[in-house]
Design a binder for this molecule. Structure first.
Ligand SMILES: Nc1nc2c(c(=O)[nH]1)N[C@H]1C(S)=C(S)[C@@H](COP(=O)(O)OP(=O)(O)OC[C@H]3O[C@@H](n4cnc5c(=O)[nH]c(N)nc54)[C@H](O)[C@@H]3O)O[C@H]1N2
Ligand SMILES: Nc1nc2c(c(=O)[nH]1)N[C@H]1C(S)=C(S)[C@@H](COP(=O)(O)OP(=O)(O)OC[C@H]3O[C@@H](n4cnc5c(=O)[nH]c(N)nc54)[C@H](O)[C@@H]3O)O[C@H]1N2
Ligand code: SF4
Ligand SMILES: [Mo]
Length: 756
């Protein structure tokens, strides 16, 4: 069996045997450039920020600094596991793939849709997945496709599709040029930002304010970002839509609409103005808890600023009005003239191209969803996927068409998904659970086969997806810092072998065959896109693996050499010569190529929006309950990185934040424990009394609860924390995207019974 060659760059070694290699960080969207120093035995000695990096200029956070420890975690699996006699046991790769084939073959032969796939968050930072995702999905051929998008950014994606005609067209705030940054439901000083991430967000905000600019944060919680802002508006959870409608109301009522770059490019302006007519500042104030004068003042500031950007993230998406909220935020940018302008919301131009950098090959069609529906609750498909909130019932509800097999690529569903109790039950009811994951955790411990990838430092790194949301146009390719250890397979090969199994070609197929087919298909599509002959689509990297695909994509992209037609243009070879990255310039105007709707205009008031808006009401406040919201931690990434000593230390993170007022009302002291109940479940959790949350709101981080004794997470198990998704019931979805409400969950809190 051939395996994809992995070459290690020839930098160093020094006299002491160490060598230092530049390396893109795969742990969050900020895409920092790191400098990894290894010793003669390929052990990581230090990880530093790469001062020469064109994008991050030396910045790194505690996660990046721990990348070596993350990769070298002794609890990582060193080979596949196969369930035999009820126990997961070490197996050879051939045994493991044979077992995958044995388990999936009858299911797929019977009904392709009986096997579901979940593609988790870390895959977005992994070039093997970003290049192979399309083929994996086609090979499996199942409508049962899931990803974190429906507990994350899908409302933003649907908004982009409705407004601009292309789902990938989400603009990012032009942080380094703006004078007014309004952050709605995001905490970039902790998350490092997302869909608009940036290395050193804190430094950027500091510079923004130093040049006279202002930062406004709309967030129920007094987050680190709110604390660093000029103005913090503690909004009632789940009501941002109504704040944004109120702001739009003021802009229209005071005749402050000003389109600038979007002039002659919008449709539906009058309908939009009419639709926000009833959302007076007083009405918006009642819904949100924000004073009407504050709403008027903010609207005037936004409309009057030369350079302003309104940016929203999970606080805007994870609620029952997710898409409407993201839509209202983006149309506010448009009607105040902040779209596609310096210091406003801008569109990055990604190095490998995107549908909007390429010429249209067919007439644009209006965006629609619901080509097919889930079996049990009839949820519509949105952009080819189903809501994660539907997966458990698709597995657990008996009847024809039931999901009996599940492949998880890098996902910890038992902790990340809503309604953990239902998810955990469902995981035990599968005839086949195949996990591609480095850990035996709360999810993979239910698997029939676990296929562990080697650490990230062993692979080529290229942020294929994330470059399109960067603060500058740039590209960076990193070679592996060290080889794949003996006994492990590159994830690339694992995925190709899975494709072969899905396609019924058997577990012994040479993955190279599929690799060649993928390259041939890409060559055809590149030739078609550029309208050139296929033979002209050449590559300097004819070997198998990600490089030849990337080379074709870079060369055919907006900065590419177009296979010789644009001499001096970018190629993968040039990126290999520039391991600190290639800067491709600041974000510039792109509206002409971005707008891809059938009308050729930005559709400010699409029919889907009109209909959903007519039905939208502020959530009722349930007396006696608190609203639970989420929280993130700098030294964590969702449900993982908790098993790494140097990230696991420090203050306890699995605490329920409760306001001093509520703590007193419930008779709960700091450090005491409470029982928290929702419609989905019940947890017991220690409390931190803090004015970081206002009265009526409590907060808990997700991804914890490492208390499953079948997992092998020895460090995490020492301080397991609680699993917040026990409380997320998963029945409240944003109707336009299927995204689940994970914030503003009504809960009841009471002191926990004393033990004994
Ligand atoms: N350190 C670290 N970084 C990460 C991650 C991590 O786990 N740890 N995860 C990564 C991932 S997968 C993502 S998607 C991004 C997310 O990036 P962000 O969205 O920036 O991250 P959150 O901390 O979830 O911020 C959401 C904010 O919304 C607020 N909020 C909750 N409900 C409401 C509401 O109803 N209205 C408003 N206005 N605000 C509300 C919360 O208090 C919180 O501060 O972060 C990424 N970066
Ligand atoms: N209550 C609540 N729940 C949430 C959220 C929230 O804000 N509140 N946020 C949601 C969001 S935004 C997201 S993105 C999801 C994330 O949820 P998931 O998609 O589950 O992602 P993670 O928890 O980041 O990591 C999942 C798994 O990836 C594995 N992994 C790490 N590196 C690799 C690799 O290189 N290859 C492979 N194959 N696997 C790898 C890890 O071991 C881990 O088991 O959680 C969601 N859940
Ligand atoms: S900010 Fe993100 S990309 Fe930068 S070092 Fe930290 S985890 Fe890595
Ligand atoms: Mo996410």
């Amino acid at each position: 069996m051939t395996s994809t060659p992995s070459t290690v760059p020839p930098s160093g070694p020094r006299a002491d045997g160490t060598r230092t290699v530049p390396r893109g960080c795969p742990l969050c969207e900020a895409m920092c450039g790191l400098e990894v120093t290894l010793d003669g035995r390929d052990r990581v000695v230090t990880v530093r920020g790469d001062a020469d990096d064109v994008y991050s200029a030396g910045y790194l956070c505690p996660k990046g600094a721990s990348l070596g420890a993350v990769d070298d975690d002794p609890d990582r699996l060193r080979g596949p596991l196969v369930r035999r006699d009820g126990e997961l046991r070490p197996a050879s790769w051939d045994e493991a793939f044979t077992e995958v084939d044995r388990l999936l073959r009858p299911l797929l032969a019977d009904d392709r849709n009986s096997v579901a796939a979940y593609t988790g968050n870390p895959t977005g930072h992994n070039v093997a997945f970003t290049l192979l995702a399309g083929r994996l999905a086609r090979s499996l051929g199942s409508v049962q496709a899931y990803s974190p998008a429906t507990m994350d950014q899908l409302p933003q994606t649907v908004t982009a599709a409705l407004l601009f005609g292309e789902p990938t067209s989400t603009p990012v705030p032009d942080l380094d040029a703006t004078d007014l940054l309004v952050i709605v439901g995001g905490n970039p000083l902790v998350s490092n930002g997302s869909v608009g991430a940036a290395p050193d967000y804190r430094g950027r905000l500091r510079r923004l304010r130093a040049r006279g600019g202002r930062v406004v944060v709309v967030d129920p919680a007094q987050t680190a970002t709110a604390a660093a802002a000029d103005l913090h508006l503690p909004i009632r959870p789940g009501t941002d839509l109504f704040l944004l409608l109120g702001l739009l109301h003021v802009v229209f009522a005071e005749d402050r609409v000003r389109l600038r770059a979007a002039r002659d490019r919008v449709s539906g302006l009058a309908e939009l103005g009419a639709a926000v007519g009833s959302w007076t500042p007083e009405a918006a104030g009642r819904a949100t808890g924000i004073a009407p004068e504050t709403i008027v003042g903010l609207a005037r500031d936004i409309a009057g600023a030369d350079r302003a950007a309104l940016y929203g993230r999970l606080g805007t998406t994870l609620n029952r009005h997710g898409t409407l909220t993201c839509w209202a935020l983006q149309v506010l940018n448009v009607v105040c003239g902040h779209l596609d302008r310096p210091g406003g919301m801008r569109f990055t131009r990604p190095v490998t191209g995107s549908p909007t950098t390429r010429r249209a090959t067919r007439p644009a069609r209006p965006f629609t969803t619901g080509r097919y529906h889930t079996r049990v609750s009839g949820h519509p498909e949105v952009l080819g996927e189903f809501p994660v909130a539907a997966l458990a019932e698709e597995i657990s509800t008996p009847g024809p068409g039931r999901v009996r097999g599940l492949v998880i690529y890098g996902g910890n569903l038992a902790r990340s998904m809503p309604d953990s109790a239902a998810v955990q039950r469902a995981l035990t009811e599968l005839d086949a659970l195949i996990c591609v994951d480095p850990y035996l955790n709360e999810t993979t411990r239910h698997a029939h086969v676990v296929l562990p990838p080697p650490g990230s430092l062993t692979r080529d790194h290229f942020d294929l997806v994330l470059f399109q949301f960067a603060q500058r146009n740039f590209a960076r390719f990193s070679e592996p810092a060290r080889p794949v250890p003996d006994g492990m397979l590159p994830e690339w090969d694992v995925l190709l072998r899975l494709c072969a199994i899905y396609e019924g070609r058997g577990p012994d197929t040479d993955p190279g065959e599929i690799d060649d087919e993928i390259a041939a298909a890409l060559r055809r599509s590149v030739a078609r896109g550029l309208d050139i002959d296929e033979r002209e689509v050449v590559t300097d990297f004819p070997g198998r693996g990600p490089r030849r695909l990337l080379d074709m994509r870079i060369r055919s992209g907006p900065y590419g050499d177009l296979f010789g037609r644009s001499p001096g243009g970018l190629t993968l070879a040039r990126l290999l010569d520039a391991p600190h990255g290639v800067d491709l310039g600041p974000l510039g105007p792109r509206l002409d190529e971005v707008v891809r709707t059938p009308s050729g205009r930005i559709e400010l008031f699409a029919p889907q929006i009109r209909e959903a808006l007519a039905a939208a009401r502020p959530p009722a406040v349930e007396p006696g309950s608190l609203l639970l919201i989420g929280r993130r931690d700098l030294r964590s990434k969702n449900s993982w990185l908790h098993n790494v000593d140097r990230l696991a230390g420090g203050p306890e993170r699995g605490l329920l934040y409760l306001s001093p007022g509520d703590a007193e009302a419930y008779g709960i002291a700091d450090g005491g424990s409470v029982t928290v109940r929702s419609t989905a479940g019940r947890i017991e959790v220690p409390v931190r009394v803090t004015d970081q949350v206002p009265d009526g709101v409590c907060s808990l981080a997700h991804g914890w609860g490492h208390d499953d004794d079948r997992a092998r997470l020895r460090v995490a198990a020492r301080r397991p924390g609680v699993n917040s998704n026990t409380l997320t019931d998963g029945t409240v979805l944003d109707p336009l995207s299927g995204t689940v409400q994970m914030n503003a969950i009504p809960v009841r809190v009471e002191p926990a019974p004393r033990p004994g």
